[in-house]
Design a protein. Structure first.
Lengths: 382, 218
């Protein structure tokens, strides 16, 4: 697993970097600027850091797309994951329409593009990975570990809040909460420092382990543990914006998969954070960012699996006409695009309805209330 | 030659994006960026009453400049030992009314809590036990900052807590005059003056010691 044992080319090796085209370098530069801007924008209550106090304005009823602890003194909006857990804890009294609708809409529009471009904690992990150290590359083991985030989602984000009435992920795991909120708040506030105990020590230790892991392994937390990424991964196949693959150009050489530092099996699968690193690696220039597919093609996630199976069928039977696009007939392509569109429209309608009902039911105030008068349990204190 | 204008355009777009983000950040910080207390109503130009005049004669007007959550009088600020406890009236879950100024000759423990706050709910039995001891000159008032009064009613429906000492702070009226960044938040008031503020949950023994200490120094 350590850097010199794989036949795959090291994704972020100097050799590969040197190969990057100006277009690829520009994409990554834009991505880095976007990540930085998002991190600054979501945490622009700068005086909070100096005073050790959190922002208490009405914006705290709005969720950021990425993981960004609302107990952070700089945070001006709510964390979607913290809000979801808070809403589930209170779900006995009211259904969490607003936060579910928000997650649905953000997932539908951007999917895991959010992880690649808008998550402040994702940026931090990437910067940590730049530190010189032996690197653990993706393998079958990391691919298996990447399913860990779904277990954490089910257990700590859904089950514990529902049955134990505690924000399980925030309380026991969230390294973003410890880094952005727990440490600065206890540093500035003596009363809170006196409250720290075993739980807080556990969270600091976990943060340390995750930081070390992130130095050794690209986006270790994002890949193996982050339940927000797990939520957005469900939307990756239907998200309206992100990386697209032109099937008329794709040769299925898998250069994109080898280039990707995440545990993907194909572009835009549930592990793809749509960072665009693969764009540069494609020998035919088939990958691009976009809202919809070029020249009437379908996105790879929708088409590739069928394309491959169609190819296999053709090669075994060796009969019938050659498929038109990426192994798919034109009719199949149209049918799949229609299905994808129908799913997107249904999700859009459901998202808007959930947010509207949630706003009517006072869910906005509920999210804001929990984000401006935090329960110290959320950051592992008390 | 064809690529150059595109390159320039994209660079301009990046700069524009960066500028927009910075502008948005500045707007957020200057316009909306408020920390504890800044988002709270500032009603009159009356000087901050923090501290008040604790040595004044105990009369109904003992603290003439006292902040009042009911009328919006005074500038809310984070409370410290020595500040006059802002006046408020609170309808309790049994229908009775708790008025802060009516307890100016007692030790009062104000506990800000919510049904969704684990540590708040966990320390409640200890505080209830303290309340059940009927210590002379001592009163407890639980102030819920939940989303609605029905949450508190539902919570209490399967508990045997004394509902006459639990109230719901509608519209965060009281909480805005007793600002805190987090809960559980407990304020111990002696003779109308804040003796101590406690962040986070505490055990029965700790609360008992705080109350005994407050009563002895009355």
């Amino acid at each position: 697993m350590i850097s010199n044992d794989s036949q795959n080319e090291k994704p972020d090796s100097p050799k590969q970097q040197a190969k990057a085209s100006p277009r690829g370098r520009r994409t990554q530069r834009i991505r880095r600027y976007t990540q930085l801007m998002a991190a600054v924008l979501f945490n622009c209550h700068f005086t909070g850091f100096a005073k050790g106090r959190i922002y208490q304005g009405k914006l705290k009823g709005v969720c950021t797309p990425g993981l960004n602890c609302y107990s952070c003194p700089g945070a001006v909006a709510a964390c979607p994951l913290g809000s979801l857990q808070g809403a589930l804890v209170s779900s006995k009294y009211r259904f969490p329409y607003y936060i579910l609708g928000t997650l649905l809409l953000m997932g539908l529009f951007l999917g895991r593009f959010i992880c690649g471009f808008l998550c402040p904690f994702g940026l931090l992990q990437e910067l940590l990975h730049k530190l010189p150290a032996p690197k653990i590359r993706k393998s079958r083991v990391t691919r298996i570990l990447s399913y860990g985030k779904y277990v954490i989602l089910a257990l700590f984000v859904v089950a514990i809040p529902l049955w134990k009435l505690a924000p399980g992920f925030c309380k026991y795991i969230c390294p973003a909460g410890t880094f952005e909120a727990g440490l600065p708040l206890t540093f500035k506030n003596k009363a809170l420092r006196e409250l720290t105990g075993t739980l807080f020590s556990w969270k600091v230790m976990l943060l340390t382990v995750i930081v070390v892991l992130c130095v050794l392994c690209f986006r270790a937390f994002c890949r193996f543990l982050c339940p927000l990424g797990a939520i957005y991964s469900f939307f990756n196949p239907v998200s309206l914006f992100g990386v697209r693959v032109d099937q008329t150009l794709c040769t299925h050489c898998d250069a994109c998969v080898h280039r990707c530092p995440m545990d993907i099996k194909k572009v835009r699968d549930h592990e793809c954070i749509q960072c665009g690193l693969c764009i540069d690696s494609c020998p035919t220039g088939a990958i691009h960012f976009g809202v919809k597919d070029k020249r009437g093609t379908v996105s790879l996630d929708a088409a590739a699996s069928v394309a491959v199976s169609a190819e296999k069928t053709n090669s075994t039977s060796n009969t019938g006409p050659t498929p038109d696009i990426g192994g798919l007939s034109a009719e199949n392509v149209q049918a799949r695009r229609k299905i994808r569109l129908a799913i997107a429209i249904a999700l859009l309608a459901a998202g808007i309805a959930l947010v509207a009902i949630g706003l009517h039911a006072g869910n906005f105030r509920s999210v804001m209330n929990k984000a401006i008068r935090i329960c110290y349990e959320c950051i592992g204190i008390g | 030659m064809k690529k150059k204008p595109m390159k320039v355009m994209k660079r301009k777009l990046t700069v524009l994006l960066a500028a927009l983000t910075l502008v948005a950040a500045v707007v957020l910080v200057s316009g909306c960026g408020k920390d504890n207390g800044d988002d709270l109503p500032i009603v009159t130009a009356t000087p901050t009453v923090a501290g008040g005049d604790p040595s004044a004669t105990p009369t109904p007007d003992r603290f003439p400049n006292r902040a009042n959550a009911d009328t919006g009088k005074g500038t809310p600020k984070e409370l410290e030992a020595g500040d006059v406890a802002p006046e408020f009236s609170l309808t309790m879950m049994d229908g009775s009314t708790f008025r802060m100024s009516e307890h100016d000759d007692e030790v009062v423990l104000l506990n800000f809590w919510a049904t969704w706050c684990g540590p708040c709910v966990n320390e409640m039995p200890d505080l209830m036990q303290l309340a059940s001891e009927n210590i002379p000159g001592f009163t407890i008032c639980f102030i819920s900052i939940d989303d609605s009064v029905s949450d508190v009613k539902d919570f209490l429906s399967n508990k045997s807590y004394n509902s006459s000492i639990i109230g719901y702070d509608k519209g965060a009226r009281i909480c805005s005059y007793y600002p805190t960044g987090g809960i559980p938040y407990t304020v111990i008031v002696v003779n109308g003056v804040v003796k101590e503020t406690v962040l986070g949950s505490r055990s029965y023994d700790k609360y008992k010691a705080l109350v005994t200490n407050a009563l002895s120094g009355k």
